[in-house]
Design a protein around this ligand. Structure first.
Ligand code: ZN
Length: 445
């Protein structure tokens, strides 16, 4: 089995001698500590936000990685309030601004700034990460936003170019049929996109010459049911990627062993904390993922709380790398809704049973309040044929979820299902969540 290509890349990036002894954890962590000190020093001097936020703390206090736990967190809300205060360079050095819409009703969007050098870090990661399963001459269809210069899709095209591969910047699917035509015409080898996007292509194109060799799934959590279906229909390898714009898009990617994501440890320092107490958890225990940038200069982030829940896998990956491996991220803290007197439900709880049903392409979930109980309305986009049976199976699958079952038994919930059969439909492009409309006007939890 091939070791993750991220290992030799990271070894080079941290100045580890080529052809020398194998990379060690100690070498990675020594360099991470140096970079953390530089980042904290830079931010405390140059960023108006961190000058106050880190007051009284200086980089000399960091003598071990564990000392990072003494630094305060950075919240999404901090960035939302005044993103410009995070800058460590002049406005003129900012090459790209990414505006992220907010998920609730909290007003301002989040803005993330990148310099030319910051963008280069992302392209470099994409190039090495994609080399896990892509090589010269391969065609890669990119179902991620790719219109603007500096967008994730454009950076991926650049990274692929360095491998001699051809990236096709397609953007999220508008019409699956025309995307399937493109896959057949261009003889695409690899797809990169959100899980639901890939599923709709696989199921709709099952009888056509549209099989790809690899699918890299990103943007949203990846249901096992979708991975299994892509493998089954296309006979392809399915890789998972974890990242977010705040990380400079990329965070970690699986190797051939599909054991979990290997992390981008030369550029990012990851911690897992207890979301309630803020204390780092024991290695291998689940908690909220927090990261600090190690090499970004425009807008470094220190102990940024991602809102994603994950854990490090304490065992070594079968590929043999010393890089840390993170288990597939399934949940976001803000993605769960409360049901009945005790239960919580997330999109992931619905995804596993529903995406396993044949003929289902996508669905949305909306929670509303009726006079005496809540109503969970599931609208399913289905393939033509067999819809009555699909509604029945969907109902059993949803009602089998523990929180749903308990809330129904309490008389606190009813489930309604609608099936749509439009030939033309647009699969969800990004992160999907249960829309909680029970308290209109209030912030969604
Ligand atoms: Zn591995």
């Amino acid at each position: 089995m091939k070791i993750t290509p991220l290992e030799s890349w990271i070894a080079r990036k941290i100045g580890y001698p080529a052809g020398g002894p194998p990379l060690t954890r100690q070498a990675i962590e020594t360099r991470q500590l140096e970079r953390l000190r530089e980042t904290v020093g830079l931010a405390a001097k140059k960023s108006a936000f961190y000058r106050i936020h880190l007051k009284g703390l200086d980089e000399d206090k960091l003598s071990r990685l564990e000392d990072m736990a003494d630094l305060p967190f950075t919240a999404a809300e901090d960035i939302r309030r005044n993103p410009l205060e995070f800058l460590c360079v002049s406005r003129g050095e900012i090459n790209r601004v990414v505006t992220l819409p907010t998920s609730g009703t909290t007003g301002d969007p989040k803005r993330i700034y990148f310099t030319q050098d910051d963008r280069e870090l992302t392209i470099d990661f994409f190039s090495h990460g994609m080399s896990t399963f892509t090589g010269p001459g391969d065609k890669v269809l990119i179902l991620l936003p790719a219109e603007r210069p500096g967008s994730v899709g454009k950076l991926l095209v650049e990274g692929l170019g360095r491998l001699g591969a051809v990236g096709i910047p397609h953007g999220p699917i508008k019409d699956p049929w025309s995307t399937l035509d493109l896959i057949a015409r261009e003889r695409v080898d690899t797809l990169v996109g959100a899980p639901v996007q890939a599923l709709s292509l696989a199921r709709l194109g099952a009888s056509r010459e549209t099989a790809v060799r690899n699918a890299l799934l990103t943007t949203d959590h990846v249901p096992e049911a979708i991975t299994a279906e892509l493998r089954n229909i296309w006979g392809c390898e399915v890789f998972n990627h974890y990242g977010m714009t705040e990380m400079g898009y990329g965070g970690g990617v699986e190797c051939e062993a599909h054991f979990g994501y290997h992390m981008r440890e030369a550029d990012l320092f990851f911690e897992i904390i207890d979301p309630d107490t803020g204390t780092p958890v024991e290695e291998g225990k689940p908690g909220e993922i927090v990261f600090t940038t190690l090499t970004r200069r425009g807008m470094p982030l220190i102990r940024y709380r991602t809102g994603d829940l994950g854990r490090f896998i304490p065992r070594r990956c079968p590929c043999g790398t010393v890089l840390k491996t993170m288990e597939r991220v399934k949940l976001r803290l803000e993605g769960s809704v409360e049901l009945g007197s005790r239960g919580t439900l997330s999109m992931a709880d619905l995804d596993e049973p529903l995406f396993g049903l044949p003929g289902l392409l996508d669905f949305s979930a909306v929670l509303t309040r009726e006079t005496d109980r809540d109503r969970l309305h599931i609208e399913i986009q289905a393939m033509e044929g067999g819809s009555e049976q699909l509604a029945e199976s969907a109902r059993s699958a949803i009602e089998a979820a523990a929180a749903v079952r308990a809330a129904i038994r309490e008389g606190a919930l009813r489930v309604s299902i609608a099936i749509r059969l439009e030939r033309q439909f647009t699969p969800s492009p990004g992160k999907r969540r249960i829309a909680d409309q029970r308290r209109t006007g209030a912030q969604q939890k």
